[in-house]
Design a protein around this ligand. Sequence first.
Ligand SMILES: Nc1ncnc2c1ncn2[C@@H]1O[C@H](COP(=O)(O)OP(=O)(O)OP(=O)(O)O)[C@@H](O)[C@H]1O
Length: 319
Amino acid sequence: MTGLECTASVPERGVDASLSVRAGRTVALLGPNGSGKSTMLAVAAGLLRPGVASVTVGESPALTCHDDRTWVPPHRRPITLLTQDPSLFAGMSVLENVAFGPRARGLSRDAARAAAHGWLERTGVAHLAFARAESLSGGQAQRVAIARALATEPTVLLLDEPLAALDVDAAGEVRALLAGLLTNVTAVIATHHLLDAALLADDVVVMHEGRVAEQGTRADVLTRPRHEFTARLAGRGLLRTPTGFLAPSPAQVTLAVTGGGLPGTIARVEAHAESTRVWVDVPEGILASDVDPVTSPPALVTPGTAVTCEIAPEVSTYT
Ligand SMILES: Nc1ncnc2c1ncn2[C@@H]1O[C@H](COP(=O)(O)OP(=O)(O)OP(=O)(O)O)[C@@H](O)[C@H]1O
């Protein structure tokens, strides 16, 4: 197992960042639209060739895929990129699609088909081996695409919003499949979903405006965010204090129309299955609180209302 280092400066896209993935770990690459996630993955995969970039796989010795003097084309890199578009070869069977990579790596026809069959079993679509690629549902096609990507035995697997085109049920199933397959695989998954980070990632890197805004282990970044985007995604408030940050969970914040605590203004009200989440702008940042819309005064679930926010005493500051 080997890791990935990818540094890229792409001024025409406003991207200048460094991405580091330790061997055998999965990084969730988070960030708002246009923050540069896909650009970093494209550079790592070799689909984009900026003048200033460095891509290496592994260490001692590292395999250089891209630097001032070296350029390894995408198909010769030990890096496979999977996107939300399965891009299966139409006119071929599912088995032929998945056997393509092993065959290209020099396996005999029979060995390639056997390997392909193994991957189709692992992705739960062996029964579709002889179906035409174009006859599959979105969820089935993405499972086949995952099998095809893994059948190339990449050292590094890059997934760019792999569940984005699937409906909620199919996305949940494929997410669970990936959770099993990505264990001990060096991988990066660019995503907008907290669930992907929560279930698939060991580490989290957050991009903002083309730069890395914060990074660390999943638990650290999602419970101790330092950037408002991350806090919102993780469903927490974020306050900057003179000594550091506070990130209370919605359960640790109590709202009142008039009371003690921090004064703020309701910015947004989100309906959740069991409760209503109210986001409040305060001078030091944002806070979230879950309120019961039935028993609370209507003003507490109305954007624009001036409220006060009481934070539970156990919430501690971090730097
Ligand atoms: N093919 C392209 N040509 C030129 N500029 C591009 C291209 N693709 C993206 N950009 C620009 O590069 C910047 C980074 O975009 P990128 O797609 O990498 O972000 P992202 O974080 O993946 O966004 P999203 O979450 O919307 O997929 C944006 O300003 C975007 O407009």
